[in-house]
Design a protein around this ligand. Structure first.
Ligand code: AOS
Ligand code: ZN
Ligand code: ZN
Length: 392
């Protein structure tokens, strides 16, 4: 085995990426939904699909859950999740509270000017912490969708304090080894101001909240042209990088397949992680994508494979040499050192890694010939068809 191949094998042995439960269900754009016969219609089907993706890729042993969609009865549903996790050999990953669907949240959830609404949101967050505890989940992943659409219509300042108050309560409820991940996003659903608009705000909130609060980077949640790997480096430097929601984008929070638009960007992020993280394995890599056009299963398998490929490329950067070149400001050689790894064809080594782990060399092809898609389409077609909304 060459030096590169060895490093690739080693990197893949440790690489895992979490699947989102919502990525297997029928979801859509705000203009409509294209239903898929294969979409999961229950939490059990989401676990089954996740197990299939993991069997095909060997890299996705956990499933992020959404409280409202996956545990509609709250803590009472924890037992069912536990048995599904055991049955399918898939761990329950991060828990995602839902602060965006209730009618009460029209003017915000934890930043709502109405104290009673803030209390509803706080209770939901505290229940999410309880669920996480009951399931032995470490991470409570908070996406606060609050914001406003018109200048002057809300007090940006007071909303900061309300948010800090709620975060303090959530932090106090966390168990010894639990963490809260604060996700930022500059726009959508609000289009004038979003209460946690960027990594700076998330970082300040995390620092003010306490040692169990960290920042979550969703790659789709940045302004065009923003240097995401620099943000990642700063968060690592401050020991506040809580994890990732991976996807790709062309325009906004497009939730496209990881690496489909700009694989070099994901490569640069992984490279900074390899360069700066104390323990790469400790960083939760999660997928946050929900495909409306691609087949759900194909999209997820393809995403995990893309992630493996780009991670493997970042693993082989000769960082020792690069450091020397940087010190001597040998610009072109330094840049070429990075590019050499990016353009190296890691696919043969990945195929070899798969062979040595008893995994199909081509997971997408294996999915297509496995019969799994035909089986779930036949089982679920009718249930999904019933869910179709007609506007005629
Ligand atoms: C929304 O844009 C965010 O990326 C979230 O992470 C959200 O919680 C997730 O898409 C599931 O609702
Ligand atoms: Zn996200
Ligand atoms: Zn998003």
């Amino acid at each position: 085995m060459s030096r590169f191949e060895e490093r690739i094998h080693h990197a893949l042995d440790s690489f895992q990426i979490e699947l989102p439960s919502w990525g297997f269900a029928n979801t859509g754009t705000r203009f409509g939904k294209f239903q898929q016969a294969e979409a999961a219609t229950s939490i059990e089907e989401k676990f089954a699909d996740a197990a299939e993706v993991h069997a095909l890729t060997g890299a996705s042993p956990s499933l992020a859950l959404h409280v409202e969609w996956d545990l509609p009865n709250g803590v009472k549903d924890a037992q069912q999740i536990r048995s599904l996790a055991a049955k399918y050999g898939i761990r329950a990953g991060a828990i995602n509270p839902n602060l965006f669907e209730r009618q009460e949240y029209k003017y915000g959830s934890i930043c709502n000017p109405d104290k009673a609404v803030r209390a509803i949101a706080t209770d939901h967050l505290l229940e999410s912490v309880e669920i996480a505890k009951a399931l032995g989940m470490r991470d409570v992943s908070l996406w606060v969708s609050d914001g406003s659409n018109y200048p002057g219509s809300q007090s940006i300042r007071r909303r900061i304090d309300w948010m800090l108050e709620v975060f303090a309560a959530v932090h106090a409820a966390l168990g010894e080894r639990q963490r809260m991940l604060i996700e930022y996003k500059p726009f959508e659903p609000a289009f004038y101001h979003t209460d946690i608009a960027d990594w700076g705000m998330a970082l300040v909130l995390a620092r003010r909240t306490g040692p169990k609060a960290t920042v979550l980077v969703d790659t789709g949640h940045h302004y065009q042209g923003q240097n995401i790997e620099q943000i990642v480096t700063w968060l690592l430097h401050e020991e506040l990088l809580g994890g990732f929601h991976f996807n790709d984008r062309k325009y906004a929070d497009d939730d496209l397949t990881l690496g489909s638009i700009d694989p070099y960007q994901i490569f640069r992020i992984f490279h900074e992680i390899f360069s700066n993280a104390a323990d790469v394995q400790q960083i939760p890599f999660m997928i946050d994508q929900s495909h409306n056009l691609k087949g759900k299963m194909e999209a997820m398998v393809q995403t995990v494979c893309n992630a493996q490929e780009i991670f493997a490329k970042a693993a082989i950067v000769d960082r020792e040499r690069l450091g020397g070149l940087q010190d001597e400001a040998r610009l072109v050689e330094a840049e070429e050192c990075l590019r050499e790894a990016f353009w190296f064809d890691v696919r043969p080594a990945i195929r070899e890694w798969r062979r040595s782990h008893g995994i199909a060399e081509d997971p997408l092809d294996a999915l297509r010939t496995s019969g799994y898609l035909e089986k779930i389409r036949a089982e679920r077609r009718e249930r999904n068809a019933k869910a179709v909304v007609s506007y005629a």
